[in-house]
Write a protein that binds this ligand. Sequence first.
Ligand code: PAF
Length: 287
Amino acid sequence: MELIRIPRIIHQTSREHLLRSKSIGFVPTMGTLHEGHLSLVRMSKKENDVTVVSIFVNPKQFGPSEDFCKYPRDIGGDTAKLEDAGVDILFLPDDSLMYPEGSSTHVEVEELSDRLCGFFRPGHFRGVATVVVKLFNIVIPVRAYFGQKDFQQTVIIKRLVKELDMGIDVVVCPTLREEDGLAMSSRNLYLSVEERKAATVIYRTLVEASSAVKNGIIEVEKIKDIMLGMLRSEPLVKEVQYCSAFDTGTLIEPERIKGEALLAIALQIGNTRLIDNMVVTTENGGR
Ligand code: PAF
C-alpha cells in the first residue's frame, strides 16, 4: 500500500491511473476503522481497478463544543487494517495542506443541511460538503463509497455531486451492525459497559417502528410516539434529539408514510451522540 500525504502528489498519481484507463474507487474516512469501513473498501475493490482510502479528521465538521480533540485516532491500527484489506493508496493529509491559512471557500447544500442532524449540529454539513468536494477533486474517483448509517450525509453528497456536475457515482452501502444490532461507529468506543448495553435500544426501536409500519401504521405522529416511548424507557438515554419517519429524498417529516420512508434516530447516551436509521416501505408501496 502506498502512503501519500500531499494532495498534489495523490492528484498526480490519480491522473496517471486515469490516463491508463484505471478506475479509481474512493473511501473517505475519519479513521479508527471498523468492519463498516472495511465493507466499503471491499465493495470498492470489487468494483474498481484502484482503491484509495483517505483518513482525515476534518476539523470543519465539528462544532466548537464537539469532540474534535478527543475524536479517536489510531493511525497504526488503521494502516494495518488497510494493508490487510488490500488497499492500493492511503491518503493521509494534514490540516495545513487541506486548509492552508487563509482558506475561505466553503460548499453548502442549503436546506438539506439544516434538517435532522444539521439542526443540532449547525455548520456540520457545510464542513462535510467542503471536505468531500476537496477530497473528490484531489482523488478524482469514478465511484465513492459511504455507509447508510450517515444517511443524511449520503443525501447531501449525492445532491452536491449532481448539482456541481461532478460525475461521481456515490455508492451507499448497508450499515454494519454488532451482534446485538448496534450500528458500528467509531464513537461506540466512548461508551461505558452500561451505556453500550443501553445503546441497543436504538436498534430495537428501529425494528419495532419498522414492523409497525409494515403492519399498516403509516401516521407519522403514531410512529413517533412508539419510538419515543421505547427510547425514553431506557434510563441512560439523556436526550432524544429526533426520532421519526422522514422522506428519503427531502428529509422532511410527512404526515403519513407513502411508499418508502427513512426511520431515523439521534440521541445522547451519557456524553455520546449516536445516530442510526432504517429505510422502510409500506406494504402496499404507498398506493
Ligand atoms: O463519514 C465520515 O467519516 C466523514 O463525514 C467524511 C465523509 C469522511 C468527511 O469527513
